[in-house]
Design a binder for this molecule. Structure first.
Ligand code: ASP
Ligand code: MG
Length: 451
């Protein structure tokens, strides 16, 4: 069974990074790797911002520099010809008069796709140069999508069938297929993209189509940490997470996979390993169908700042139906995402990330009841499958931060998270204290194990 290895933009930022990727792929050679790669870091942004070809000179220079440094002269010349062709095509696309918005989006996808096309072409060449037989496979022949340009949805049966027929023969011949992430095409062959950060999604789709044993996401951190290392320098890598735990952490700001991107892996029970390109021998975090709930009940503490909480109190709620619907319709009308929700008999509290439509929302909510808004809040989320069967976690949390005012408490329906809001100014101190409480090795435990 092959493995998918996906490398993000920072893993292919320059020649040294490309060489490092080649080393990492060489180590996995026996596992029949399929490589998925993002555009070189910053390239997608540059392509999106470009209004003329001159603005992209730096992008082409960076690719040229990698080719010159890592490839034989003739191979480098050949790649640089391809680069020139790409520049010509991009120039033509940028000159086409802006048409209807829908067509404009398809132009944008056509331009931006060059980031991944070029990085994958270059990586395949670099691998060959290092003695690893590799071939670039155009991801647009594998990932078949609807026509929702800039955030297309893959059509699963087509994507699976195409990925298998494009990739299996390459694997069988002992060659490493290298695909650009993020890009796809419609059934009619028009270029689409899966939305920003979509390369992880490509990796999961390819992994599911091929039934691989593992999908590796190579990035610049060692997996998922027990807390934000900028606040808790002693934060450690979490060895294993369930898909559910990873999803909770992603929602609350931890730097992990977006739940949507690993959906194809989840549906096929394929483990996803988050690895660090800069520390390839560390195991990183394995996200999979199972998890262990010991030795630690709590796996990680995530938090998010810049949150606004809104409380609506209304006696009309008591014994009435339709109230919650009316309330949530207000948020829906203003296209505002609600994160955490708690309700009592006569009040509803909720948290928002994006408060830009708040004045209009509040004006409408006031027709339903008394509204109280609190800005400058933070949400802390304590996550672990073990929470399900361990009483007293809430008490431990509250006693650890007993001098900090806690609002909006919720234990998610999955009961693998315990979430609450506090004042933003106190979030660092709260996270540090909770991390100490749940993760510091206790002296008496150490003593016992020494006996
Ligand atoms: N290059 C694309 C982006 O920057 C896709 C990705 O890197 O996942 O969003
Ligand atoms: Mg990314």
């Amino acid at each position: 069974m092959p493995v998918v290895m996906k490398f993000g933009g920072t893993s292919v930022a320059d020649a040294a990074a490309f060489e490092n990727v080649a080393r990492i792929v060489a180590n996995e050679r026996d596992a029949a790797p399929v490589v998925v790669v993002s555009a070189m870091s910053g390239v997608t942004d540059s392509l999106l911002a470009a209004t003329n070809i001159a603005a992209l000179e730096n992008v082409f220079d960076r690719h040229r520099a990698v080719a010159r440094e890592l490839l034989d002269a003739s191979k480098a010349d050949h790649f640089i010809d391809r680069l020139r062709e790409a520049a010509d095509k991009i120039a033509t696309l940028l000159q086409s008069p802006a048409q209807k918005p829908a067509e404009h989006k398809s132009l944008q996808d056509a331009v931006v796709s060059f980031g991944e096309t070029l990085s994958s072409t270059l990586l395949a060449e670099v691998l060959n140069q290092k003695g690893i037989k590799a071939r670039q496979v155009d991801a647009r022949r594998c990932i078949i999508t609807d026509e929702e340009f800039t955030s297309a949805t893959p059509l699963m049966p087509e994507t699976f069938a195409q990925s298998q027929s494009e990739l299996i023969p390459v694997l069988k011949s002992g060659v490493v297929p290298v695909l650009g992430g993020f890009i796809g095409s419609t059934k009619r062959g028009v270029t689409t993209t899966l939305g920003r950060g979509g390369s992880d999604y490509t990796a999961a789709l390819i992994g599911a189509a091929l039934g691989v044993s593992e999908i590796q996401i190579w990035t610049d951190v060692t997996g998922v940490l027990t807390a934000d290392p900028r606040i808790v320098p002693s934060a450690q890598t979490v060895e294993r997470l369930s898909y559910g735990e990873a999803a909770e952490l992603a929602y609350f700001g931890a730097k992990v996979l977006h739940p949507k991107t690993i959906q194809p892996a989840i549906e096929n029970s394929i483990p996803v390993r988050i690895c660090n390109s800069r520390a390839p021998h560390e195991l990183g975090t394995l996200v999979g169908p199972e998890t262990e709930t010991s030795p630690r009940t709590v796996k990680a503490i995530a938090h998010k700042t810049g949150v606004t909480t809104v409380q609506i109190t209304s006696a009309r709620m008591l014994g009435a139906y339709g109230f919650l619907r009316a309330l949530f319709e207000v948020f829906e009308r203003h296209r505002t995402v609600v994160d955490v929700v708690t309700t009592s008999e006569v009040s509803v509290s909720l948290s928002l990330d994006d408060a830009s439509a708040l004045p209009a929302i509040v004006a409408e909510l006031e027709q339903l009841g008394t509204v109280r808004v609190e800005k400058g809040r933070a949400i802390i989320c304590v996550v672990g499958e073990g929470l399900r069967g361990t009483p007293g976690i809430a008490a431990r949390v509250f006693s650890t931060i007993s001098d900090i005012n806690v609002t909006l408490i919720s234990q998610g329906a999955s009961s693998i998270n315990f979430t609450f809001a506090i004042e933003e100014e106190r979030v660092k101190e709260a996270v540090i204290r909770l991390h100490e409480e749940f993760f510091a090795t206790k002296r008496h435990i150490t003593n016992k194990s020494n006996q």
